[in-house]
Write a protein that binds this ligand. Structure first.
Ligand SMILES: CC(C)(COP(=O)(O)OP(=O)(O)OC[C@H]1O[C@@H](n2cnc3c(N)ncnc32)[C@H](O)[C@@H]1OP(=O)(O)O)[C@@H](O)C(=O)NCCC(=O)NCCS
Length: 200
C-alpha cells in the first residue's frame, strides 16, 4: 500500500531540486505570491475555481486538506508556479477498497505566465511524477484538463502521459458552458520508458 502519512507528502525529502527548479510544500505565507499570478484571467480561467478576490482564494486554499496538496515551484528563488499533488483512492470492488486506498495521485499545475514557454512546468511536473512513483509510492498518476486547454495537454504529452479519456461536454466551465474534458495517466511500470522521463 502507498505511504499516506500524517502529512501526505511527508515521505518526500523536501526541498526537491531539479536542474532549474526547487520544489517544496506551500504554506499560507506563500499565498500572496501565488495569488499574484492565479488571479490573472489567462491562468484562472482554466483552474478548478476562479475566486473573485484574495480572501476568497485564501479561505479556499488554507483548508488543511487542500493546503497539504500544494507544492510550490521556485526558480532562482522566485515562485514561478504551483502543483497539486493529491492522493486519491482508485475505484475498487468494495472488498478491496482498503487494499488500494491512496495508490493513485492526481496532479494539477498552474504557472505564472511570465515564466511560460521555457519548459519549467514540464520540468516541475516531471519531478512530481518522479515523487509520486518514488517516495510517495503510488502505482498510477492521473491529470485532467479541459480539451480547450491545449498548453496543459501538450505538457502531459511531452511527458509521455497517455490520453485515456476524452469525455464529451461532461464538464461545466463558468464562462464557456459544457466543455469536453481529457484524462491523461501513467502507470509506475511505464515511467522508466515514458518519453518524458529523460528529456528536458
Ligand atoms: C499549463 C501551463 C503550466 C503550461 O505552460 P507552458 O509554458 O506551456 O509549459 P512549460 O513551462 O513546460 O513550457 C513548455 C513550452 O516551452 C517550450 N520550451 C522551451 N524550452 C523548453 C524546455 N527546456 N523543455 C521543454 N519545453 C521547453 C516548449 O516547446 C513549450 O512550448 P510549445 O507548447 O509552444 O511547444 C500554463 O499554460 C498554465 O499555467 N496555464 C494556466 C493554468 C492551467 O491551465 N492549469 C492547468 C489546469 S488543467
Amino acid at each position: 500500500m502507498a505511504n499516506v502519512a500524517a502529512h501526505p507528502l511527508d515521505p518526500v525529502d523536501w526541498p526537491v531540486e531539479t536542474e532549474r527548479l526547487l520544489l517544496r510544500p506551500a504554506t499560507e505565507d506563500d499565498f500572496p505570491a501565488v495569488w499574484a499570478y492565479r488571479r490573472l484571467p489567462e491562468v484562472s480561467r482554466w483552474l478548478g475555481a476562479q475566486p473573485p478576490d484574495f480572501e476568497t482564494y485564501a479561505d479556499r486554499y488554507r483548508a488543511p486538506e487542500r493546503l497539504a496538496t500544494q507544492v510550490l515551484v521556485l526558480h532562482s528563488g522566485t515562485i514561478v508556479g504551483d502543483l497539486m499533488v493529491r492522493f486519491e483512492d482508485p475505484w475498487a470492488q468494495a472488498e478491496s477498497s482498503e487494499q488500494v486506498r491512496g495508490t493513485l495521485i492526481e496532479l494539477g499545475w498552474s504557472f505564472d505566465p511570465a515564466w511560460h514557454g521555457r519548459g519549467l512546468a514540464t520540468e516541475a511536473v516531471r519531478a512530481a511524477i518522479g515523487l509520486a512513483f518514488g517516495p510517495l509510492g503510488v502505482r498510477r498518476v492521473v491529470a485532467n484538463c479541459f480539451a480547450e486547454n491545449e498548453p496543459s495537454w501538450r505538457l502531459m504529452e511531452r511527458l509521455g502521459m497517455r490520453r485515456e479519456a476524452h469525455n464529451v461536454r461532461d464538464s461545466y466551465h463558468s464562462e464557456l458552458g459544457w466543455l469536453d474534458n481529457l484524462t491523461y495517466a501513467l502507470l509506475v511500470e511505464e515511467w522508466p520508458t515514458a518519453s518524458g522521463r529523460a528529456a528536458t
